[in-house]
Write a protein that binds this ligand. Structure first.
Ligand code: DGL
Length: 266
């Protein structure tokens, strides 16, 4: 039994998809979420900068007395997972490996597409992770740098979203039967993607599999929380206006959480 909380972070609202699955699967756990709204998007930033932001946020979350850290961001997982693992003394879970395992499990044709930010695609984190598990698969990658800005703006459907989706996905969707949503923001656009890409494709959303990974890791190490109901604390590094809308959209109950704006530079 370990009643300390779980830390979760992302550049913005994307990691809320992971946080939502975690909260549903482990409602007794305290969750401290950090959305780095001051620096979103992470996808076009250097590895050095992502490591710096990730370390600042991790230190902040560790001060909340957490027992485990979830990097609910593919870009930060690709660029900073090893760095955080080496430098922090709590377990750190990223999103790339759980998503890779799930893609291999669900793809029938073994033609798998990976979409993500420029950083995630350039890092080849998914290629390395999937090939390490199975090198018989054929992998196709596509960076979609405009997805995160429109999602953060709340543009999840309609003409603009559809045009952008077609621009990035029409070629890759012809080649594959499975697409890994290799950015935690993308599940928020999934309905529109599925509607506009006129083909039977399985979309791998790592939120669910990451939540399962956290559950098993805590269970096996006997670190689950014994409380009845956990608390949810959201921290953001800039104005939380749009962030609040996403909390509503993802059906977080108003009475269950608090939200705080903090400046990590101080
Ligand atoms: N949601 C993040 C990811 O999974 C970050 C995207 C971004 O900020 O560019 O990569």
């Amino acid at each position: 039994m370990d009643n300390r909380g779980i830390g979760v972070f992302d550049s913005g609202v994307g990691g809320l998809t992971v946080c939502s699955s975690l909260h549903k699967m482990l409602p007794q756990e305290d969750i401290y979420y950090f959305g780095d709204l001051a620096h979103v998007p992470y996808g076009n930033k250097s590895q050095k900068l992502i490591q710096h932001y990730s370390m600042q946020i991790s230190k902040f979350l560790i001060e909340k007395n957490i027992k485990l850290l979830v990097i609910a961001c593919n870009t930060a997982t690709a660029y900073a997972l090893e760095y955080l693992k080496e430098n922090l003394n709590i377990p750190v879970i990223g999103v790339v490996e759980p998503g890779s395992k799930e893609a291999i499990r669900v793809s029938k044709s073994r033609n798998i597409g990976i979409i993500g930010t420029l950083g995630t695609v350039n890092s080849e984190a998914y290629i390395n992770s999937i090939y390490a598990l199975d090198h018989q698969v054929r992998l196709y990658q596509q960076a979609c740098p405009l997805f995160v800005p429109i999602i953060e703006e709340g543009i999840l459907e309609g003409k603009i979203a559809e045009e952008i989706i077609l621009h990035y996905l029409s070629d890759i969707s012809k080649e594959v039967d499975t697409i890994v949503l290799g950015c935690t923001h993308y599940p928020l656009l999934k309905k529109t993607i599925a509607k506009i890409i006129n083909k039977n494709i399985t979309y791998v959303d790592s939120a669910q599999v990451v939540a399962q990974t956290v559950f098993w890791q805590l269970k096996e190490s006997q670190m689950l929380n014994s409380k009845v109901e956990g608390k949810l604390e959201f921290y953001v590094s800039d104005s939380p206006k749009m962030f609040r809308n996403f909390l509503k959209l993802l059906e977080f109950e108003d009475s269950r959480y608090t939200i705080h704006e903090v400046n990590l530079e101080n």
